[in-house]
Ligand binder design. Sequence first.
Ligand SMILES: [Zn+2]
Ligand SMILES: [Zn+2]
Length: 91
Amino acid sequence: MENIHICCPKCHWEPDGQPYWQCVCGTRWDTFSTGARCPGCGKVWEYTRCPELPGGCNEWSQHLAWYHGLDDMVMQMLDEVREQKQVKANK
Ligand SMILES: [Zn+2]
Ligand SMILES: [Zn+2]
């Protein structure tokens, strides 16, 4: 898991651990410390906005799209699942 690099998929701004995100319940926190889950109300944010103030682009992106290095791993897992399905289908 060390190869995972977190940055905005649109402008490549990197989160610096500060609580730039605010939930509809009023909680402010670092969304990457909880995997986009609000520590106040438990809401999971599928999309994460790039904060404009520290140098981001203010655009929304899928939370998972911020994790780079994860893609290869996920793709590999999906390939394996697909291969297993094919093996079953061929029997
Ligand atoms: Zn909340
Ligand atoms: Zn951005």
